[in-house]
Design a protein around this ligand. Structure first.
Ligand SMILES: Cc1ncc(COP(=O)(O)OP(=O)(O)O)c(N)n1
Ligand SMILES: Cc1ncsc1CCOP(=O)(O)O
Ligand SMILES: [Mg+2]
Length: 212
């Protein structure tokens, strides 16, 4: 099963990205999504090779944001694709059955389509406003997650759903109660001065036995 906590990297240079990823791994993250926007192909490739090496050293899963061909080229564990990125079925045809493909969703219908097209997990959001990403889809809030997760249950659609967007520690328990599998976070881990403690607290809440 997929880890319940995914760290999405931040940093405008290769050095800052590596620093942030290294810190997150040291503090106990074992799933990293490398998100390095608006960069040259050369720099993105250089960073990806370094991140792959680091993740192997820490036995962490490594997925690439957006870039399907880079994922294949460096043999990462998988890729995360948004609603305007390469289509999930195209990615599946190129990557084959074993790579992890995550897809962004904002609605029940997005999830239905992703499942039909061979997606492995869903990043459903945004939960609330965040400065980490520009051009956000409509904010879902807790009620949005509750509605969508109920509809998935009613339609017998089973896929790990990750909440994303502006999530803080105190959001985790109520989000888990909606039926999500886990969370994908960037800001709270990158900015924390006590990363190890935070990751431990996040994992405790993510793994608490909640009867939904
Ligand atoms: C786990 C997860 N969920 C959603 C996203 C957002 O993807 P996308 O909409 O393509 O936006 P960018 O991250 O590419 O700006 C994600 N990256 N990860
Ligand atoms: C990539 C992405 N997609 C929707 S919100 C978001 C950013 C998540 O980062 P943060 O946890 O800092 O809000
Ligand atoms: Mg994208």
């Amino acid at each position: 099963m997929y880890n319940k906590l995914q760290y999405i990297s931040q940093g405008e240079t290769i050095e800052k990205q590596l620093y942030n990823i290294h810190k997150a791994l040291d503090a106990g993250c074992n799933w990293v999504q490398m998100r390095f926007k608006n960069q040259t192909q050369k720099d993105t490739f250089t960073l990806a090779e370094e991140v792959k090496y680091l993740c192997e050293k820490y036995t962490a899963n490594f997925i690439v944001n957006d870039d399907l061909h880079l994922t294949k080229e460096i043999d990462a564990c998988g890729v995360h694709l948004g609603l305007t990125d390469t289509k999930i079925d195209e990615a599946r045809a190129i990557l084959g059955p074993t790579k992890v493909i995550g897809g962004t969703a904002n609605t029940f219908e997005d999830i239905e389509n992703h499942v039909k097209n061979g997606c492995d997990y869903i990043g459903l959001g945004p939960f609330r406003f965040t400065n980490t990403k520009e051009k956000l889809s409509p904010i879902l809030g807790l009620s949005g997650y509750y509605e969508i997760l109920q509809k998935l249950k009613k339609n017998n659609i089973e896929i790990p759903v990750y909440a994303i967007g502006g999530i803080t520690l105190r959001d985790v328990s109520p989000l888990i109660e909606t039926g999500i599998h886990g969370i994908a976070v960037s800001g709270i881990i990158t900015e924390s001065d006590e990363k190890e403690k935070l990751i431990q607290q996040l994992n405790e809440k993510l793994h608490a036995n909640i009867i939904v």
